[in-house]
Design a protein around this ligand. Structure first.
Ligand code: ASP
Ligand code: MG
Length: 411
């Protein structure tokens, strides 16, 4: 069971979490609970580091920001004990959760779940584990897993103790076919495959840290996204509660061609005009961008008509737009191009579904529907289970709703 920041925001909410945990323990389940810091706590800690010194040692940043989860793990263990549940808190280093030494964004290498499993069996003890943090195996310094990292802690622990399921309790009751704030008729999905969820997560549906879904896919951990705001007493632990199960494709019986529509408004488009058409040009463009740590997304290059030059378009996160332009201007000599065009008032709309592998004409229908509404498509990219369209930002809502109805996703 994993509880995020809003679910442990104060002592009342922590008592509510304890009732969820007690319900599962009383039903005879062995439970590990992974907690985030109280809502807002991590932001405050990050801010203090920044205020202390703009440029600070990443190891000390981790020492500071890992502390939020230590507090909630201890508090939840106290509250659980007070309601008669045997419980013990664990920090990352105590288990230990061994990670790489990429401070501020470490990846989990290994977790030994043996001691936790022994205590489940011998003492019926609930393990309350501080999410987001780990230990680098050589330096023995505390590390953190990047913002939103407790999701990843939870899935990794679930794999380490061979859990039947990893329940992510959050402030939404599942994964939706699209953002309900934009598409009022969006529906909660009962099930979604890891691959589809990866597309959703990386496209800005901020339900889960992307890395947690990757881990779930590799270790085949069934991840269940559900609400922590339901009354713990109203839930029958033997019944299927409302929520979305993220699982392997084989577990999904009811197949739709399209599972959902994602979109993102925080990307910017860069087009390089009349790039020389010769070996090494793409490397000369994307090498420096990678070195500058700029994450490039859609890349579209045309086949040259005259064999001399071509156009190349790609997107970058909007906050990196200026920096990307600067990098390209500096590399103009080594790349060789006529000019740079850009746009920031654009949106990327993506249609996602594993059913696309076996159906034809899925994208063609979208093109027709958007054309009927006068929406121009600036660029298109596709992969096996998704296609993405770059459009003017002003049409985002209209495009997303149109596609949502088109593929029969409306409730
Ligand atoms: N507390 C950390 C954060 O705010 C980790 C998490 O909540 O998942 O990013
Ligand atoms: Mg989160």
């Amino acid at each position: 069971m994993k509880f995020g920041g809003t679910s442990v925001a104060d002592l009342d909410r922590i008592r509510n979490v304890a009732r969820h945990v007690k319900r599962e323990v009383d039903a005879g389940h062995q439970v590990a609970v992974i907690v985030s810091a109280m809502a807002g706590a991590t932001n405050q800690l990050v801010e203090w580091c920044r205020a202390a010194a703009t440029l600070h040692d990443a190891r000390e940043y981790d020492a500071v920001v890992a502390s939020g989860e230590q507090v909630t793990a201890g508090l939840l263990a106290i509250v659980l004990q007070s309601v008669g549940v045997t419980a013990r808190s664990w920090q990352g280093w105590q288990i230990p959760i061994l990670t790489t030494n990429a401070h501020g964004g470490a990846r989990i290498d290994a977790i030994d779940g043996a001691e936790l499993i022994r205590r489940f069996a011998e003492r019926g003890e609930v393990a309350v584990i501080a999410g987001f943090q780990g230990l680098h195996k050589d330096t023995r310094r505390v590390t953190t897993l990047g913002r939103g990292g407790s999701d990843t802690s939870a899935v990794a622990i679930a794999a380490a103790v061979a859990a039947d399921r990893c329940d992510i309790y959050t402030d939404v009751d599942g994964v939706y076919t699209s953002d309900p704030r934009v598409v009022p008729r969006a529906r909660r999905l009962d099930r979604i495959s890891y691959e589809e969820m990866l597309e959703f997560a990386s496209l800005g549906a901020k339900v889960l840290q992307v890395r947690s879904v990757e881990l779930g896919m590799v270790h085949n951990v069934r991840i269940f996204v559900r609400s922590s705001f339901e009354k713990p007493e109203d839930i029958d632990p033997h019944d299927a509660p409302p929520g979305t199960l993220i699982c392997s494709e084989e577990e999904i019986v009811e197949q739709h061609v399209v599972t959902g529509i994602a979109f993102s408004k925080d990307e910017a488009q860069i087009s390089i005009r009349r790039v020389e058409d010769k070996p090494g040009v793409a490397a000369a463009i994307f090498g420096p961008l990678a070195e500058a740590n700029i994450n490039v997304d859609m890349i579209v290059q045309n086949v040259s008509g005259d064999g001399k030059t071509t156009d190349l378009t790609f997107t970058v996160p909007a906050p990196d737009f200026q920096r990307a332009n600067d990098v390209l201007a500096r590399s103009k000599g080594s790349i060789g191009y006529a000019r740079l065009d850009g746009a920031t008032d654009i949106a990327k709309v993506s249609v996602i579904g594993i059913g696309m592998r076996s159906h034809v004409g899925v994208a063609a229908r979208a093109f027709r529907a958007l054309a009927d509404r006068g929406i121009n498509i600036r660029a298109i990219t596709t992969s096996e289970i998704k296609f993405s369209l770059l459009i003017d930002a002003a049409y985002t809502e209209l495009a997303v709703r149109t596609l949502h109805s088109l593929y029969g996703l409306d409730k």
